[in-house]
Design a binder for this molecule. Structure first.
Ligand SMILES: [Zn+2]
Ligand SMILES: [Zn+2]
Length: 100
């Protein structure tokens, strides 16, 4: 299923939609080093991403996404260009997850 939609970004105009946790979104503004994690099973050009804090939280709650840790992550829609900005910035401390 190709479900790639578009989003209207204040800074970049119409872009493809991507999903990141609220902490990565916040890092776009405050440049706090959050880390950048995604699932290797996600085959999208810009896979859904979350920060190290969310990853630790997920590990601590059994390693699967649950209602509780998804709430913690607060996955948010951002534009593809914003995603690229933050992905490039954090790529050195990225962790690519293998399925457990
Ligand atoms: Zn996070
Ligand atoms: Zn943008």
């Amino acid at each position: 299923m190709d479900s790639t939609g578009t989003v209207e970004c204040d800074r970049h105009g119409a872009q493809v939609e991507t999903f990141v946790c609220q902490h990565i979104l916040q890092s776009l503004r405050d440049h706090h080093r959050t880390g950048f994690c995604w699932s290797v099973e996600d085959s999208k050009a810009r896979p859904d991403a979350w920060c190290l804090e969310c990853d630790r939280h997920r590990d601590a709650t059994g390693g699967d996404w649950t209602e509780e840790n998804e709430k913690f992550a607060g996955i948010t829609l951002i534009c593809g260009a914003c995603y690229d900005e933050v992905a490039i910035e954090w790529v050195l401390i990225a962790c690519s997850l293998t399925s457990a």
